[in-house]
Ligand binder design. Structure first.
Ligand code: ADP
Ligand code: TRP
Length: 329
């Protein structure tokens, strides 16, 4: 069994892109591998949230993950700030990481542009904290989106460098994990290529049924097919892509045929798409409500996850301290 780890910063709500692109696959992996999933609340401090912000968004994301089927009996689900061992490893890794390479990370450069008055040292060392998250469990696979490739390269560098300096093989080099043959990209229904929080085009897992229907009915379309079997423009291709993700093969085929013989009415297609989405989302939303209303249960799940995560991190840290030449306690 391999060790798999992934984390998410607690901001906003999970949307259909997160669900089909990432969460659904974690849910499958927890049955097959030794999985760790955590909420990166330390990382979120780089933008200075309030204490209320942190607590609320951490609980929200935890409830939404659990509602999707992440199971604390199968995977270790925890909150980053509950595992202080991470910070000690972060310190050691920082000693072998150079300001030149941290300064070249594009996510750092982008953030520095977005928040010029708050270019803090935590933002600068974001990649070494992420490396500590991963290496403390000696994870082999990390399911992340393409945007995390550079951070993953830094995590591999941290592992390689530590192993070289101390002539050890303590850390495996963690690899990016993409599900399926290629990463699935859930489209936006506003004419943009991707559903994303920053694009403001999301269908959230917690959206009420009527909100989902309204969002789908507002999806951008055109005048309809003019010539039989023509190629679809991007906005229409996105609508079909979304249908291929949430609807049955028969439904998709039915509307493909309508497109091909130019009898497609977008209103009918959107109604069907909304119906199928609601079918997927209703049970998830109900479970979100159920989990969010029980903060004691959420806190208990997080506390139990933290215990398991700390055990694994402490075992690694013991080896690290011994290797560096510190007392092991
Ligand atoms: P957002 O882009 O909305 O800010 P995050 O960056 O928090 O989302 O992404 C969390 C996870 O969800 C990542 O693994 C990312 O690759 C995945 N993800 C986000 N949007 C999509 C999408 N439209 N299609 C597929 N996967 C997505
Ligand atoms: N940087 C990741 C993101 O923005 C979140 C994250 C923090 C993470 N630590 C991690 C992801 C460790 C995977 C492994 O999405």
């Amino acid at each position: 069994m391999d060790t798999v780890l992934s984390g998410i910063r607690p901001t906003g709500h999970l949307h259909l892109g997160n669900y089909y692109g990432a969460v659904r696959s974690f849910v499958k992996m927890q049955n097959e591998q030794n999985c760790y999933f955590f909420i990166a609340d330390w990382h979120s401090l780089t933008t200075h949230p309030t204490p209320e912000n942190i607590q609320n968004s951490t609980r929200t994301i935890l409830a939404e993950y659990l509602a999707c089927g992440l199971d604390p009996e199968k995977a270790t689900i925890y909150i980053q700030s509950d595992v202080p061992e991470t910070i000690e490893l972060y310190l050691y890794l920082n000693m072998n990481t150079y300001i030149g390479e941290l300064g070249r990370v594009t996510t750092f450069k982008e953030k520095a542009r977005q928040q010029p008055d708050n270019v803090n040292a935590g933002l600068f060392t974001y990649p070494t904290l992420m490396a500590a998250d991963i290496l403390q469990h000696r994870a082999k696979w990390v399911p992340v989106g393409k945007d995390q490739e550079q951070n993953m390269e830094m995590a591999r560098k941290c592992a390689r460098r530590f192993n070289n300096i101390y002539k050890t093989e303590l850390f495996p080099e963690p690899q990016n994990y993409y599900f399926g043959a290629e990463a699935l990209k859930v489209p936006g229904l506003d004419g943009s290529g991707k559903m994303g929080k920053s694009d403001g085009n999301c269908i959230f897992l917690c959206d009420e049924e009527k909100v989902v229907r309204k969002k789908v009915m507002r999806a951008v379309t055109d005048n309809g097919p003019q010539t039989p079997n023509s190629e679809k423009p991007e906005v229409i291709a996105n609508l079909f892509k979304m249908m291929s993700i949430v609807s049955s093969a028969d439904t998709l085929r039915y509307f493909e045929e309508k497109w091909n013989d130019c009898s497609l009415r977008y209103g009918d297609m959107k109604k069907q798409l909304a119906e199928d989405m609601v079918k997927v989302l209703n049970p998830i939303r109900e479970r979100i409500l159920d989990f969010s209303s029980d903060t004691a249960r959420l806190d208990k799940i997080a506390a139990e996850g933290a215990m398991k995560a700390r055990e694994s991190a402490a075992a690694t840290l013991k080896e690290v301290r011994r290797t560096i030449g510190f007392r092991v306690y």
